[in-house]
Design a protein around this ligand. Structure first.
Ligand SMILES: [Zn+2]
Length: 305
């Protein structure tokens, strides 16, 4: 009966025009549906759909994991959920503060979910609200219409669990790494880890927190030994060990070379012009973010001396 009704909804959604707006999702593990964002910065063409987002379905309700870069993307994600299950959305989880992960939150307002994030999320969002709104409108124009920041109503500091009915999610906050408000979601039942931007695959990792903290977090993520992984950017459910290896190699090299530059008395400018250039062909969006990463690492590591 239940299967039949799900099938009916799927059929309905493939034949009704409004359902064509649903985001494409892949069931990467039972009950875990992920959408692959574009490997790019936000543009009017991609509508800000650049992060991987998705949802997890229990027997009682659904948890959304990140909502995309605009209200429109959030609505398309909601349509994708409706194509899979009629169960209510009880949690909207944000893995961290970045615009491509949070600006779709408003699409779920009428579902009256708990909005869940790190205990450090609200303050981090508040400190950037004006900048994020300005950048969103500049980059996406009318595609950003109606997007707004909706902060957490339930916060996690350390480890917390969410019960979706027959499926328990373990949420965990981390040492400052990609940002100071990174949070991962682990579905115990399927062994699926949603890393948020603690894992970038193919796309260059972006340091908006701490390169040292990130390397520590990577070591701990390895110990979790998940069966499936949804990275914040890049292919869904990649072989996670080589993916983490590549990320660790980049961040480790960045820290090592920046420390050496500081020791030699080089300026930030000199460091930016010389460090890590051999990584260029290994990452998408290298030209966009690598120099910024060197600058961030320099600002962090000069205080070590
Ligand atoms: Zn991010």
């Amino acid at each position: 009966m239940k299967l039949a009704s799900v099938f009916f909804i799927l059929m309905t959604c493939t034949t009704i025009a409004r359902c064509e707006d649903a985001l494409t999702v892949t069931q990467i593990a039972p009950g875990n549906y992920a959408h692959r964002g574009h490997d790019d910065v936000a543009t009017p063409e991609n509508g800000g759909d650049i992060a991987n987002v998705g949802f997890i379905v229990g027997t009682r309700c659904v948890a959304v994991v990140d909502t995309g870069g605009t209200l429109a993307e959030g609505r398309a994600l909601r349509a994708a959920i409706r194509a899979v299950t009629p169960l209510p959305v009880c949690y909207v989880i944000n893995t961290h503060m970045h615009p491509d992960h949070i600006f779709g939150n408003a699409a779920f307002k009428d579902d009256r979910p708990q909005f869940v994030g790190s205990a450090a999320l609200a303050q981090a969002e508040a400190s950037r609200t004006d900048n994020y709104m300005r950048a969103l409108n500049r980059e996406l124009g009318s595609a950003a219409a109606g997007s707004e920041i909706i902060g957490p109503t339930k916060t996690i500091d350390g480890v917390g669990t969410l019960d979706l009915g027959g499926r328990t999610l373990t949420l965990r906050t981390w040492k400052t790494a990609h940002t100071n408000n990174d949070l991962t979601v682990y579905d115990e039942k399927s062994g699926t880890l949603w890393t948020g931007d603690l894992l970038f695959v193919r796309c260059i990792p972006v340091v908006d927190g701490s390169v040292v903290g990130w390397l520590d977090d990577i070591a701990r993520i390895r110990q979790m030994n998940p069966r499936h992984v949804v990275p914040g950017h890049g292919p869904l459910d990649p072989p996670w060990q080589p993916s983490l290896d590549a990320e660790a190699r980049y961040l480790d090299g960045l820290a090592r070379d920046v420390r050496a530059a500081i020791k030699k008395g080089e300026t930030i400018r000199q460091a930016v012009d010389s460090i890590g250039l051999d990584e260029k062909d290994r990452w998408l969006l290298f030209d966009m973010y690598h120099r910024r990463n060197v600058t961030a690492a320099y600002a962090e590591l000069e205080w070590e001396q």
